[in-house]
Design a protein around this ligand. Structure first.
Ligand code: CMP
Length: 145
């Protein structure tokens, strides 16, 4: 069924935006909205609040505010799962072995610097899309454009 998801190009991959957007088009997703921005640490901590307390949380949140990111609203049939499939496994070393054509296999560096994010459910897609694109988005006050 027709869904929305948030695709995020992380700091290690934003210079590959052209190739990533080509892959989005090749996989028949529709881009509904797109924003290039810089998070501050508070933004990154809020976005990844569900991972607070995990061993990789500090590295993840510092990485996510280290450079530009690109937030993309994707629309398409079953696009939450389809985008996950196009990205490949979270750990890009695993991706290189199990899904060598996946975007994380091509663009990721390691477990944390894995080049891309995708929402993992319709509930998180709504929250994450609001985070970047709602009129009330806190990000508007803190991002550098
Ligand atoms: P993402 O899909 O953005 O969701 C949470 C992120 O945390 C994930 O991609 C990785 O960047 C990072 N991450 C998740 N699990 C681990 C892990 N086990 N070790 C290190 N980083 C992780």
């Amino acid at each position: 069924q027709r869904q929305k998801t948030l695709a995020l190009i992380k700091p290690d991959a934003y210079t590959n935006i052209g190739k990533i957007i080509q892959a989005i088009e090749d996989n028949n997703f529709t881009i509904n909205n797109l924003k290039m921005c810089k998070l501050n640490l508070r933004d990154a901590q809020e976005f990844y609040a569900e991972h607070r307390g995990k061993p990789f949380y500090d590295e993840l949140t510092n990485y996510m505010c280290s450079d530009f990111i690109v937030a993309i609203e994707l629309v398409g049939n079953d696009c939450i799962n389809q985008w996950k499939k196009v990205m490949g496994p979270t750990n890009c070393q695993v991706a290189r072995v199990d899904a060598p054509q996946s975007l994380r296999a091509i663009f990721g560096q390691d477990g944390v610097k894995n080049s891309l994010h995708g929402s993992d459910s319709a509930t998180s897609a709504k929250r994450e899309l609001d985070f970047f694109f709602s009129k009330q988005s806190q990000l508007k006050k803190t991002a550098i454009f």
